[in-house]
Design a binder for this molecule. Structure first.
Ligand code: SF4
Length: 417
């Protein structure tokens, strides 16, 4: 605390005043958050120290992770989001669509290997049966009744409900009844239509995203919350986005966590083809650390958990984020393919033992959690015995499904990720 006070004393008065306010329980406004998002050097160090202190106050010294598997069941999509290198057009040779039996097989296999969650998200395929998401949930639950389905972004909920000609509320209730346990709060990007219309024209609007999310919360379906940063957004855009999420959480209490996602530029169409003026090549290391610290400072007492995304930033940077306000390392993400398609080079999968090693190397206590942050197993600081997933030497066996293809909608010309 003394070191932190000295660090704050070295800041400009305006920055010191905001950090003092945060430490004494005051709410940091969007305008103040915007200012914090510009600091560097010793002021960034002070900001990180304050964020780390608040994180230690609550939720504490544990770092959680979830053992999960991604099932991105199709990359065929009717949209053309500028940041997305994952999707393929209907006729593209690289399009794939996993049959329901393969989705179910992956879920059952994940459960048998110790996973507690499947994260089900995909492109928006044309001519999709509107009830597909609901049908998938029922099929998964029949074979793996205890696995938590974290599935279907607001964009997908809007798509499915539209195809069914039903309201968002009706569709969400049907998903819940079919077994969805929570929604990923993706498709948020920056919740500002001016920016959305540049980076992803035709995407779900800010008002629609809020409508799906708050409807889910009202129906008892928790969601995560996210931001995509490091492209064309300004510090003010980030701060207002976080402030908006905070306002929603005060009304509904339905967010489980906040997950900052840094833009992976390498394969993203809007970067590669240069059609978005002023596009940046992702967030710098300082920008990543500022994002985490400001998120913790602005969300303190409202959203408890801030997740470091190893798949977007890589393990060393995710570990540094644990010292800048983050308290969660996300999922093991067996079969992650969306970030990898965009050019992220951090792999498809972290074994649970690797998660614990990273957490211990940051001087913190590893805890396996459920999707909704129920603490399942607290580990000692020392290394422990391997679990079934730790013995997985290669994910090759998880990627091969060529013999199972049976859909008549799409031609499968390539092994799915
Ligand atoms: S982000 Fe989602 S909706 Fe947008 S193009 Fe990619 S898969 Fe389609």
């Amino acid at each position: 605390m003394v070191g932190m006070e000295q660090a704050i004393a070295g800041c400009r008065p305006a920055i010191a005043a905001i950090l003092d306010k945060a430490l004494t329980g005051g709410e940091v406004s969007a305008t103040e958050g915007e200012l914090l998002l510009t600091v560097a050097g010793n002021e960034l160090a002070a900001l990180m120290a304050v964020a780390d202190h608040l994180r230690f106050e609550k939720p504490g010294d544990r770092v959680t992770y979830v053992v999960n598997r991604n099932i991105n069941f199709t990359n065929v999509c009717v949209k053309r989001c500028g940041f997305c290198a994952f999707s393929r057009g209907h006729r593209a040779g690289e399009g794939y669509f996993l049959p329901t039996e393969e989705v179910v097989r992956r879920a059952r296999e994940a459960w048998e290997l110790g996973a507690t969650e499947v994260c089900v998200q995909a492109g928006l395929p044309p001519r999709m049966k509107g009830s597909l998401y609901i049908d998938l949930c029922r099929a998964i639950k029949e074979e793996a009744p205890e696995i938590h389905i974290h599935g279907f972004s607001p964009e997908e909920v809007k798509y499915g409900s539209g195809l069914c000609g039903r309201s968002v509320e009706y569709y969400l209730a049907a998903l819940r009844d079919a077994g969805v346990g929570s929604l990923p709060g993706t498709s948020a990007e920056i919740l500002d239509d001016r920016i959305r219309n540049i980076i992803s024209p035709g995407r779900i609007s800010t008002a629609e995203w809020i409508h799906v999310i708050t409807s889910a919360h009202r129906l008892g379906i928790p969601t995560s919350s996210t931001i995509l940063y490091g492209h064309i957004e300004s510090a003010g855009d980030i701060a207002r986005h976080i402030s908006l999420l905070r306002d929603i959480q005060k009304q509904t209490g339905g967010f489980t966590e906040f997950v900052p996602l840094s833009f992976i530029h390498a394969e993203a169409p809007m970067y590669r083809k240069g059609f978005v003026p002023g596009i940046r090549a992702g967030a710098t290391e300082d920008e990543v650390l500022r994002m985490y610290a400001v998120a913790r400072v602005m969300l303190h007492g409202v959203i408890d958990h801030v997740q470091a995304s190893w798949v977007k930033q890589g393990v060393p940077m995710a570990r540094r984020c644990l010292g800048s306000g983050a308290d969660d390392l996300g999922g093991t993400l067996l079969n992650e393919s969306i970030s990898t398609a965009a050019g992220a080079a951090h792999g498809h999968f972290l074994r649970p033992a690797e998660m614990r090693h990273i957490i211990r190397s940051a001087g913190r206590v590893p805890v396996q959690r459920s999707t909704t942050y129920k603490l399942l197993r607290e580990f000692e600081r020392e290394p422990d015995a391997p679990e079934p997933l730790d013995a997985v030497a290669s994910e090759e066996r998880f990627g091969s499904y060529a013999s199972l293809i049976s859909s008549d909608e799409f031609r499968f010309v390539r092994k799915a990720p």
